[in-house]
Design a protein. Structure first.
Length: 339
């Protein structure tokens, strides 16, 4: 018996292809959709849909992606901050576009190939980490309950090895497709050249140490982020890292790793998940970067955000990045922008 219709974001990769298999096996009528963000090609997704035997459509979303993701990303980088565009894209462009298509088709749900789970807590749908090691709940941390109640993540109980095995067993061409690594609209990872092509590059200036001593010349502060070590082109007695960007002086401050270490982190623009907005300090596990590394912390509410205090030092996080807090069961409690 059919569970109804679901619109699946189909990228052409192995994850979304196996998500289609799992949805169909569970009794859903699957409709594949590729988002046209103004770059890339739908051909791999079209081939996957044909092999899967499901209807397929291309959804135009380039205008929304430029306005809501690429332009803000460029502005933040030019202001010396380092945003994560996927965190912005999922709740503002990708999922709303799929939801509009679902409404057009009379579909009850939308789905993606993300590795995450949705489970009810506090009477509402909440994000929970995937069962396997390839958890992507961090990238979905700003997706609110109004979208979560429409979403299905078929891969939430699997891991990547199992996903590829399922694809191979089904004879899917996507079984050996490589994982995407870089930002989709900057596939070569060269953020500096991308910004310069948009006319948003910053002028060259000095590398300095914390005392102001000039160590060399940089190629524009937009090419560097806090914590960066590679590609500096400056030698020293030990490894040097970017410790700060001073746009007022047009300097990039370098120093040894110990100058990057901190016991606190302040985040703002808080999005609450599987807890009510906090009024007193509480313990949690914090994931301060996209890589799945967690730090025990005490979160203390402030008027304009949360102050996170850690029992052990960690490298300072670049402003503009996202930090997410979880409970011991893997429920996402909150997410906020590093200030």
């Amino acid at each position: 018996m059919s569970k109804g219709k679901v619109v699946l974001g189909l990228s052409g990769g192995v994850d979304s292809a196996v998500a289609a298999l799992m949805l169909r096996s569970a009794g859903w009528e699957v409709f594949g959709a590729w988002l046209d963000l103004g770059f890339g090609s739908p051909e791999k997704a079209r081939e996957a849909s044909a092999q899967l035997g499901i209807p397929f459509a291309v959804i135009p979303a380039a205008e929304a992606h430029e306005k809501l993701v690429r332009a803000p990303f460029a502005e933040e980088y030019a202001a010396g901050r380092t945003p994560n565009p996927c965190v912005i894209c999922n709740p503002t462009v990708k999922l709303p576009a799929l939801l509009r298509k679902a409404s057009e088709l009379g579909a009850e749900k939308i789905a993606t190939g993300h590795y995450a789970r949705i489970q009810e807590k506090l009477g509402r749908p909440c994000l929970r980490m995937a069962e396997g090691p390839k958890d992507q709940s961090y990238m979905l941390a700003r997706v609110g309950p109004e979208l979560l109640e429409k979403l299905i993540f078929p891969l939430g109980e699997t891991d990547k090895t199992e996903t590829r095995a399922l694809a191979a067993a089904a004879g899917l061409q996507a079984a050996e497709a490589p994982d995407s690594q870089d930002i989709c609209f900057i596939p070569d990872g060269d953020y500096g050249s991308w910004l310069e092509a948009r006319g948003m590059g910053l002028p060259a200036g000095d590398f300095t140490d914390a005392s102001g001593k000039v160590l060399g010349k940089h190629r524009g502060a937009h090419r560097y982020t806090v914590g960066q070590r590679r590609g500096l082109g400056v030698s020293g007695p030990g490894r040097l890292y970017v410790c700060a960007l001073d746009l007022g002086r047009n300097t990039v401050v370098l120093g040894p790793e110990e100058q990057l270490m901190t016991y606190t982190l302040f985040i703002k623009d808080i999005c609450w998940g599987a807890m009510e907005p906090a009024e007193k300090p509480f313990r949690c596990r914090v994931r301060p970067r996209s890589r799945p590394t967690f730090f025990d912390a005490e979160a203390s509410p402030r008027e304009d955000g949360l102050l996170l205090g850690f029992s052990a030092p960690l490298r300072r996080i670049a402003p503009g990045q996202l930090a997410a807090g979880y409970d011991e069961d893997g429920f996402l409690l909150f997410a906020g922008t590093v200030a």
